[in-house]
Every structure is written in C-alpha cells, then in structure tokens.
Ligand binder design. Structure first.
Ligand SMILES: C[S@@+](CC[C@H](N)C(=O)[O-])C[C@H]1O[C@@H](n2cnc3c(N)ncnc32)[C@H](O)[C@@H]1O
Length: 277
C-alpha cells in the first residue's frame, strides 16, 4: 500500500481509473510503464507541499477529461488550424499535453494557474521543458491587473477543470466573467469543463475542510443560469450543455468498502460545454 493512503486507507493510484494519464506519460513523456507509479508518486509528494488539493492526492491529473468529450475532435482541429487554447487553473497542464500529443501545435496553447510551482512541476511530470512551447502564466484569476488580462479576447477555447467548485457563487461569477473576457468576442468561442456537482445546487463545505469556508456546488440548471447571468452582465449569449454524472472513475475497489470509499462512489460531477452564440 502506498505511503499516501493514510487518509482514505485506500491506494488512490490503484483505486481510480488513471489509464488515460498513465498512457500519456508513457507515450508522450517516454516513461516506461513500470516506472510510472514511482515517478507520479514523487511528483505528487512535491505538489502536495505547494498546496494539498484533494484532486492531487487522488491523482485527478491522470484522468484526462477533454478527450472524452463530444467536442474533442473539433477542439483539436481548431487548435491545429491556429486557434488559441487555454487551460485555466491548469495545475500541471495535463490536458494541454494530451492536445499536443494528439497533434496540436503547442505554440497555440496557454496554461494559467495561481501557483507557478505547479506549472514548473508540470514540466517535471511530463519531461517536456525542452520541447513544449506552451505559454504558461502564473496569475490569480481574480486579479484585474494580472498578465492574464493582457490576453483578453485572444483565446478561442478554454478548458476549466475542477476549478469553479473551489469558490463561492459570487467568486464563481467573477471567474466566469474572466473566462468570458479571455475568449474572442465571436460566435463559437468555447468553454469545456468539469467540476463537482449535485442534484441540488447550494453551498457546501468540502470534505475534510475544517475552515468553515462555504463553496457553491451547482446542478446543471444552476450552472446554466450562471452563464445566463454572465450574458446579461456583459451582453453576450451562450448555450450550455451540462451533464451530471459520477465524478470518479474507479478501476479497483475493495470488496469491503470503507465509508469514505462508499461516499466517493456516490459523488457526482458536472461535465459541460458552453458555446458563445
Ligand atoms: C483542484 S485543482 C484542478 C487542477 C486541474 N485543472 C485539473 O483538472 O486537474 C485547482 C487549480 O486551480 C488553481 N487555482 C486556485 N485558485 C486560483 C486562482 N484564484 N487563480 C488561478 N488559479 C487558481 C489551483 O492552484 C489548482 O491548480
């Protein structure tokens, strides 16, 4: 059992289906299959010292989402043809690496995160500092004077993974305004994402968070309504396709499931594509 299992008494590396990320590390980064687990555990240990996000503990960065969406081939085609792609709150930037591995010119890709250390760790994870031409920007999405703002109107497609649920509803609206601001003011500008979700929208405390801080979790309807409000605020119009689905993909769960594993198996997530009309 891994040294990181104390919290859940399960080994997340074995429990979750991380095949897409493992494949990427093998094929794109050239890491032998037998070395992937050690490599990833070293990276995880380092990253948890930057900020102990549960998604890092659960190796969510090895569950590639964008390529499972209906719009992936469109995204790939558009970025190959010169359109600009950004992963906002990208952490290690795994979705960018998948896109590049599938043939997108990295020079058309951007990644931004609050913590520059995560961006550096991404190079270590994927062993591509010498060849990746992605523009990485360390910036706070809420900072109106950050370098991110200089890219206003320049992006065509933005991916946002496990990001909005970190914030209150008011903060989410500010972050969504930033996303809308970054995108080109033209029909077809696209937002793709995932985040935790629920049948019932409302404030929630994240599991294990004792700070008392309240985050906001959406259901499909409330997430669509947020984008309607964004449209009213900045005079834009968006269509949103939003699905509620199981948040985690499991590969191997013990027959005797702890209450934590049972809880995780019932957690829901939102998957969405939002397109400017
Ligand atoms: C839970 S992680 C998700 C990472 C990645 N998108 C994924 O799907 O695996 C959330 C990321 O958002 C970043 N983040 C948090 N607050 C931010 C802010 N105010 N501005 C920009 N990035 C932020 C964190 O540093 C972290 O990398």
């Amino acid at each position: 059992m891994s040294s990181k299992t104390a919290q859940n008494e399960e080994d997340p590396f074995e429990m979750y289906d991380l095949d897409s990320g493992r494949k990427l590390l093998h094929e794109y980064s050239g890491i032998p299959n037998e070395d992937v687990k050690n490599h990833v555990e070293l990276i995880q240990t380092k990253a948890l010292q930057v900020r102990p996000y549960p998604c890092i503990r659960r190796y969510r960065f090895l569950d590639l989402i964008m390529k499972t969406t209906d719009v992936y081939l469109e995204v790939l085609d558009r970025v190959k043809n010169g359109e600009k792609f950004m992963d906002l709150g990208c952490c290690f930037g795994q979705e960018i690496r998948q896109l590049v591995h599938d043939g997108a010119p990295s020079v058309n890709t951007y990644g931004s995160d609050l913590w520059g250390d995560f961006l550096s760790i991404g190079y270590e994870l994927f062993k591509d500092k010498d060849r990746l031409q992605t523009t990485f920007i360390a910036a706070d999405v809420f900072d109106d004077s950050s370098p991110l703002v200089e890219l206003a109107g320049k992006m065509n497609i933005i991916y946002v993974g496990d990001f909005f649920h970190l914030f209150s509803l008011e903060e989410q609206e500010k972050a969504a305004m930033r996303v809308a601001q970054l995108l080109a003011a033209q029909p077809g500008s696209l937002i793709i994402g995932r985040q935790s979700g629920s049948e019932t929208a409302g404030k929630f405390s994240r599991a294990g968070d004792t700070s008392g801080r309240k985050h906001f979790q959406h259901n499909p309807q409330s997430w669509k309504e947020l984008w309607e409000r964004i449209g009213e605020k900045n005079g834009t119009a968006w269509t949103a396709e939003v699905d509620l689905c199981p948040e985690f993909k499991f590969k191997s769960v013990p027959e005797e499931k702890s209450s934590e594993v049972q809880r995780l198996m019932s957690v829901k997530g939102l998957r969405y594509t939002i397109r400017r009309l």
